[in-house]
Design a protein around this ligand. Structure first.
Ligand code: ZN
Length: 329
């Protein structure tokens, strides 16, 4: 029989689920700053899969995907442990904003891992999450999306190690675009890498895609990926499914807006291989002139597209990857 699992304030005996928090501190009004988590403790030994949602507060797909998985999981049939953190950045989620408006200095939580115990507010939240995660987790999945600005389409950042590629493939058939993580620091995934542990960052959806039915569809697709991971690592029964082939590459750039105005993207370029010079979008001035014809900077694959039509000079517009090789098996 498996031991009790204690993470933050959550205590779950074997075959139980429990909720708790990672405490961080207090707000000026006295409310708690903490990171809620759900522990599902299995009945037999196995890996600990750690799931993170809403590192960015305007990305609600991760929170719902984590809840969907937890409600499906039967701890009496689980080997190992699943820890779900629906919302890592609570202060940002409360405002549906990328970062916490209460922190002007370290706004973007996904750029500052491992954080600092004596740093700015968000750095302290990062540090509390980081120390707890790396102590317990064997595998980590962070869910992101296009948030308030964009839509991202089944893209994944993976760690280029054998165990990192294994985890990436375990997300299942829909996840066939694998982008190598290129930054050594900043994200939970990078922090896991520093400890030699596999982690992936998956990208699906955006606030533009929370229309009734669509939001749940994206969350269910993510939860299906988590279930596939559990099957791959033999944490639950059932046969894992895999893509027939994978495109391996990296995010070479995010195309930034060359002009301000009204953003109108081409409808057919997302997740398609495009050639250098192909039109990705048009930006109009409010007098009706075309102020920018946004073109593919090189041969590649746009895996995310701006969906907020109000665009300012320098804004993120097209998330752009290059495919270096295709692999099977
Ligand atoms: Zn994000």
């Amino acid at each position: 029989m498996k031991n009790e699992c204690v993470i933050g304030t959550a205590r779950a005996n074997a075959g139980e689920r429990a909720t708790g928090v990672i405490p961080v501190g207090r707000r000026s009004g006295g409310g708690a700053i903490e990171i809620p988590l759900i522990v599902v403790n299995g009945v037999e030994e196995g890996p600990l899969l750690w799931l993170d949602g809403a590192v960015h507060g305007d990305e609600p797909e991760g929170p719902l995907a984590v809840l969907r998985l937890v409600e499906r999981l039967d701890p009496a049939r689980l080997r190992g442990t699943v820890v779900g953190v629906p919302v890592v950045n609570v202060g940002a989620f409360e405002f549906s904003s990328r970062g916490n408006p209460a922190d002007l200095f370290t706004y973007d939580l996904n750029r500052i891992y491992p954080g600092r115990p004596d740093g700015h507010l968000t750095e302290r939240i990062a540090y509390a999450h980081y120390t707890t995660m790396v102590e317990h987790a064997d595998l980590e999945v962070a869910v992101h999306s296009g948030g308030a600005h964009s839509y991202l389409a089944y893209a994944m950042f993976y760690t280029a190690t054998p165990s990192g590629i294994e985890l990436a493939k375990a997300m299942g058939p829909r996840w066939d675009l694998l982008l190598r993580q290129t930054s050594e620091r900043g994200s939970p995934q990078a922090a896991m890498r520093q400890h030699g542990k596999p982690a992936i960052t998956v990208e699906l959806g955006g606030l533009c895609d929370t229309f009734p039915g669509r939001f749940q569809g994206n969350a269910d697709a993510l939860a299906e990926g988590f279930v596939n991971i559990l099957r791959h690592y033999k944490m639950i029964d059932g046969a894992a499914q895999y893509a027939e082939r994978w495109m391996l590459g990296y995010q070479k750039t995010v195309v930034l807006a060359p002009a301000s105005g009204l953003w109108v993207s081409e409808p057919s370029v997302l997740r398609r291989r495009v050639r250098q010079g192909e039109r990705l979008a048009t930006i109009y001035s409010l007098s009706g002139d075309v102020v920018a014809d946004v073109q593919a900077p090189f041969d590649g694959i746009p895996f995310g597209m701006r969906t907020n039509p109000s665009v300012q000079l320098g804004d993120w517009c097209v998330f752009y990857g290059v495919v270096e090789e295709e692999i099977t098996g």
